[in-house]
Design a protein around this ligand. Structure first.
Ligand SMILES: Cc1cc2nc3c(=O)[nH]c(=O)nc-3n(C[C@H](O)[C@H](O)[C@H](O)COP(=O)(O)O)c2cc1C
Length: 365
């Protein structure tokens, strides 16, 4: 339904015992919520700890270090890192969570942080709820956010012939868990973004930057349509690519350019893209949302773009509309000179004789 950034939710089957009821219960959950998942734009990723087959934690370093030496840890880290939340299908063993779940949680650190964790529990009289309470205590230490919505199956009522008995009440509860997981996952996204690998502090308080991927195309499309309205007015033209590009077209160029995004409070507030063509570096799509202009963000991103182009670049080139006086003023103040003007577009360039600048503190220069 949605073209970009689906919420990715892992459905994790936690018991590893041969003949376990876990796979049948996880199947029931996935089948039940799949239509809703499609409507919500959610990708469900099923994984079983039995198949993952993690040994007991065997890394030397503390997980908070992020230093992983074993291939199974690296794989588990990638799988957890790649999702936005979890729905754990867990039995109760001796009033607690099964050991493989505790072991799997202990393996990692940052990868769990600020992601929702919902529970489908099962057991005898307690319907696995003591296992859930136990898991919640551990999960919060890892900055996982446990959900209130839950499915708790009493085996004697809910399981017939090794399968979950269809029940409108349980189906509705399963959908409730998924809905809450998606809502909480979206709400926590700003916190996750700041922890994402490659994310670094930005130039304004509470902001961070990272290199964008095609998954960011939705937000980039909104940002450029917003920012290029001023360009359209200044240049008396609607024939500007950033105003007209579809989400798919944006995803396509995000794949070919190195684009830096700047977020604050979960909102994409600025961006710039760069590309090397031989010894020429091209900079483009420098944009800052209207309410954050005048704070030096554009200048900071422009200098960062020059730095990103790296050594071995003789010259940097960029273009803007002939009527975009503010842009031209910024570029000239950063040493660019006008090379040519054609069809209402100004082409500017800057020779780079020596070292490239490093990213400055905000407001410098
Ligand atoms: C080692 C073990 C401990 C158990 N402890 C509990 C328990 O504390 N509370 C409970 O309700 N059921 C308990 N049971 C029963 C399980 O809920 C039931 O066997 C369930 O099917 C186990 O999940 P599994 O089939 O995925 O292994 C226990 C079962 C096992 C194998």
């Amino acid at each position: 339904m949605f073209t970009t950034s689906p919420a990715r939710i892992m459905v994790l089957t936690c018991s590893t015992r041969p003949g376990s009821l876990g796979p049948a219960i996880a199947d029931w959950f996935t089948v039940t919520v799949s239509p809703l998942a499609a409507r919500l734009g959610v990708e469900l990723r099923s994984l079983s700890l039995a198949e993952l087959a993690l040994p007991f934690l065997d890394e030397e370093e503390h997980p908070s270090s992020g230093i992983y030496r074993r291939p199974h840890t690296k794989r588990w880290s990638e799988l957890v890192d790649a999702v936005d939340g979890f729905i754990v299908v867990t039995p109760e063993y001796n009033y607690g969570m099964p050991a493989p779940l505790k072991n799997a949680l202990d393996y990692l650190g940052r990868e769990w942080a600020w992601k929702p964790m919902g529970f489908i529990s099962y057991g005898n009289t307690s319907a696995g709820t003591r296992s859930v309470q136990h898991t919640k205590e551990v999960a919060t230490t890892l900055r996982l956010v446990p959900l209130g919505a839950t499915v708790a199956l009493r085996l004697q009522d809910a399981i017939v012939g090794g399968r979950v008995r269809r029940s409108p009440r349980h189906d509705a509860a399963a959908e409730g868990v998924l809905r809450e997981a998606v809502r909480v996952s979206r709400a926590l996204r700003p916190l996750r973004e700041a922890l994402r690998e490659g994310s670094v502090e930005g130039p304004v308080p509470g902001s961070h930057t990272r290199v964008m991927t095609p998954d960011d195309a939705g937000e980039v499309t909104v940002l450029q349509r917003c920012c290029w309205v001023d360009e359209a007015v200044d240049n008396d033209s609607l024939a500007l690519a950033p105003l007209r590009e579809s989400v798919d077209e944006v995803a396509c160029w995000l794949d070919r350019w190195t684009t830096t995004g700047l977020w604050r409070g979960g909102r994409l507030i600025a961006m710039v893209r760069v590309r090397r063509e031989g010894r020429i570096g091209r900079i483009g799509r420098l944009a800052v949302v209207p309410d954050m202009r005048g704070a030096g963000i554009g200048r900071w991103l422009l200098r960062r773009a020059e730095g990103d182009l790296g050594a071995g670049c003789d010259r940097i080139e960029l273009s803007t509309g002939a009527g975009s006086a503010r842009n031209i003023g910024l570029y000239r103040s950063e040493g660019f000179v006008i090379d040519a003007e054609e069809d209402e577009v100004v082409h500017l360039g800057k020779a780079l004789p020596g070292d490239l600048p490093t990213t400055p503190a905000l407001g410098v220069g």
